[in-house]
Design a protein around this ligand. Structure first.
Ligand SMILES: [Ca+2]
Length: 299
């Protein structure tokens, strides 16, 4: 179901100093059978801002004022986990909260536990000058649909929350290492049930747009272009809408467990960065514009 990744391997001086090599990989195919029902709001802390989900309204107007596309976000960093909390990197008019969830199989393992998402200190050999924390995610033993971890993404302003407009970007990149295969998924209102926050789907929901990510025991840089996202094909057929993202998540369905992996430096990428990637050049940590990486770690 998954072809091998096309990988570009390199080593930079800063990473070599701590014995880390990175492999840049393009996921080549989509995992067409990944179809866990997922729940994008777990772990979210709701503040005193009105959530515009319109759940009691007619579906045609269910998103209320959010039918107006909100201004696009322009800050690439989604999270580097260095603040050690369960909130995505804080930027103006954008909000996100990390969560974990699973199908609740008795005796199964989920880390971090549901409603208790927290970044973890990297193993000593994996730490770098500007990176001490990452997300450490693992699951084993779920017997229904599996487990998932992710962050919500919302535009926040004018006293309301709406789906996040990521249309200035063409994909995401992150670094990861671990064991197993997970599917990176991007919920949008069209695929999220109407009874969930900001969802509009009425039937055959949760067939999210996604792409499989095959992990290895080495840190790798992964780039996932939005144009390569695919649905599983079993649910509602929906065009991916970069103007209405509800979040980003990684899922591990039952057949793929156990999984145990780390992710870090998750960020949106521009068209220019994607072109750079496709030309064979790693984006590297230097592409994380919101981070003050020293020149020693610039690729
Ligand atoms: Ca980090």
């Amino acid at each position: 179901m998954n072809n091998p990744l096309k990988c570009n391997r390199w080593r930079n001086s800063g990473l070599a100093a701590v014995g880390i090599s990175l492999t840049a990989c393009h996921a080549q195919t989509n995992d067409a059978t990944s179809a866990p029902p997922l729940f994008g709001g777990q772990g979210a802390t709701v503040e005193a801002v009105e959530a515009v989900d319109g759940s009691s309204q007619d579906p045609s107007t269910a998103i209320g004022p959010c039918h107006v596309v909100r201004p696009p976000g322009d800050r690439p960093l989604i999270d580097d986990f260095e603040d050690g909390d369960n909130q995505a990197f804080k930027v103006f008019e954008r909000e996100g909260w990390w969560w974990s969830t699973s199908d609740g199989t008795e005796g199964a393992k989920l880390h971090p536990p549901a409603h208790a998402f927290v970044p973890e200190t990297l193993p000593e050999g994996d730490r770098q000058l500007e990176s001490t924390f990452a997300a450490h995610l693992s699951a084993a033993g779920q017997e229904n649909w599996g487990a998932a971890w992710g962050t919500t993404l919302r535009w926040v302003g004018d006293g309301i929350r709406c789906p996040f407009n990521a249309s200035r970007f063409v994909g995401v990149r992150f670094v990861a290492k671990g064991e197993g295969t997970v599917t990176m998924q991007f919920p949008i209102p069209a695929t999220v049930p109407a009874n969930e926050d900001m969802g509009q789907c009425e039937s055959k929901c949760w067939d999210l747009h996604g792409k499989p990510v095959m992990l290895t025991g080495e840190w790798q840089e992964f780039v996932v272009p939005f144009e390569k996202l695919q649905q599983g094909g079993w649910g509602i057929d929906s065009r991916f809408d970069t103007e209405r993202l509800l979040g980003i998540q990684f899922s591990a369905k039952t057949a793929k467990q156990p999984v145990d992996f780390w992710i870090d430096d998750l960020q949106f990428i521009t068209e220019e960065q994607l072109a750079q990637w496709r030309a064979g050049g790693p984006l590297g940590f230097a592409a994380t514009a919101a981070l003050a990486w020293s020149t020693e770690t610039t690729f």
